[in-house]
Design a protein around this ligand. Sequence first.
Ligand code: PEP
Length: 249
Amino acid sequence: MRNKLIAANWKMYKTPDEARDFFRDFLPLVKDHDRDEIVVCPNYLAIDVAVHAAKGSNVAIGAQNLFWEKEGAYTGEICTSMLVAVGVTHVIIGHSERRQYFGETDDTVNLKLKSALAAGLIPIVCVGEVLEEREAGLTDDVLRRQCLRAFNKVSAKKAASLVVAYEPVWAIGTGKTATPQMAADAHAIIRAEAAESFGQEFADKLRILYGGSVKPENAKSLMSEAEIDGALVGGASLDPKSFAAIVKY
Ligand code: PEP
């Protein structure tokens, strides 16, 4: 039985004050919820407020990115020790928006994954095909390649906390959702790739989240699919009531 994880990706939204307001309204709505793990990933500037607001609650705080070097002259970047120092426990790696707008590649995802694991952060590695790839029948190839390269030279032992998020790019922020069956098929490919990289026992335990226009209205049908071990939620996680409804699907 894999424990589900429901994660919020706030992207580039919310000031620290707005983050504080979110937690004031959100925490009471989920305070008795112990079925699934809940993670909120604010922007860097709202992380401190979020960590303090969520302290002692059932909500963990994640970051949306990291840089793999330990420290140095890397203007504008944040490393793992800085995230750990402020109480971050999870980190999203390789989100499609970072691949699309900030030049992230499968190789930088691999470097970030190794860095997160070495620091004891729980990585949420994002993979997913764009619409042209799906229409060309390339979804399997894309997912296999993204996983294979992300997991390169990572041992099963080190990767124990790994979480993967399947996020079809055509479903992110578009209102189009993969059907539970489409998601389940993609998750099965990712699980098979994880079995090749890390062994079957590891793959059986690996949590694979679905992300792409998850809303309160579709959360239950997606989460009822055995292959789907949780959700990575963008737009619908910005509103406390809406995210709480997804958490409690
Ligand atoms: C995301 O940002 O990871 C995401 C899935 O966004 P949305 O839920 O808005 O599609």
